[in-house]
Write a protein that binds this ligand. Structure first.
Ligand code: NDP
Length: 237
């Protein structure tokens, strides 16, 4: 169980979207400090919010964040990107590398860098934002990176749990932010998502399935592959 009340929270990708909600809701729940990190940090005009430069793809930037924020008790790996195309055969090589660096290697190396800090704290937690697409391959390299992060989160949990660090993986379908601006499909309100995540962290849950899409896709993994991907049947017919 990790209460956000009194926590020192670090959020990656804090300038917009879900990240900004993680910042504000943490303070509403009584966090004593929030490191609002971004590639280009902005002013927040709140003394409880510490803007901090952090590019998750840059090892030197990660090391600088570790040195600047030794009091972190809750680390939120939120930053992420979506490729502009969906086909794993048609993404550019650059898109593939950037997605792997940002969505997988970045959060993994950040978690590794902060693990020794978190392990010394009471009620420490690591929160990794995956996606429903971790379990559904229509996102091309995005799906692949989120699946890899899901797996890494599970490994991190096994290694950090004995050290008293609670590790939470979050799955959700579309959320109403700039990242999902391209679709008119139903979207979860980012404030509602963050409320669900912090409540789950407080309750000691390991995994958050924040919407019906995530629940259904996870359940679909135990069915024959054609049930999750009905287009395969169509192709063969
Ligand atoms: P946004 O595009 O609104 O925000 C993403 C944030 O990530 C931006 O603040 C961006 O910062 C930051 N970012 C990108 N690259 C880096 C980097 N190299 N280093 C540090 N920060 C970086 O998207 P969301 O808020 O929706 O996404 C947040 C998380 O939620 C992501 O991991 C995403 O994959 C996940 N998610 C989103 C869903 C959705 O439908 N929106 C659904 C499921 C999961 P900058 O301002 O510098 O570009």
């Amino acid at each position: 169980m990790t209460a956000i009340n009194g926590a020192v929270v670090l959020v990656t990708g804090a300038n917009g979207g879900i990240g900004t909600h993680f910042v504000h809701d943490a303070l509403a729940r009584g966090a004593s400090k929030v490191y609002a990190t971004a590639r280009n940090p902005r002013e927040w005009n709140d003394e409880r919010i510490v803007p901090l430069a952090l590019d998750v793809t840059d090892p030197a930037s990660i090391q600088a964040a570790v040195e600047a924020a030794p009091d972190v008790t809750v680390l939120i790996n939120n930053a992420g990107i979506l490729p502009s195309s969906t086909g794993i055969l048609t993404h550019t090589e650059e898109e593939i590398r950037t997605n792997v660096e940002t969505n997988f290697l970045g959060p993994l190396f950040l978690a590794r860098a902060f693990a020794p800090i978190l392990a010394t704290k009471q009620e420490a937690a690591l929160i990794d934002i995956h996606s429903a697409l971790s379990w559904y391959a229509l996102g091309g390299i995005y799906s692949a990176t989120k699946a890899a992060l899901w797996s890494a989160t599970n490994s991190l949990r096994l290694e950090l749990d004995p050290q008293g660090v609670h590790v939470v993986g979050v799955h959700v379908g579309y959320v109403d932010t700039a990242m999902a601006a391209h679709t008119t499909e139903p979207k979860t309100d980012p404030a509602e998502l963050v409320r669900i995540v912090y409540d789950a962290v407080k309750a000691g849950e390991y995994e958050v399935l924040a919407d019906e899409t995530s629940v259904q896709v996870k359940a679909g993994l135990s069915a024959p592959l054609e049930a999750l991907y009905p287009e395969l049947k169509t192709t063969k017919a």
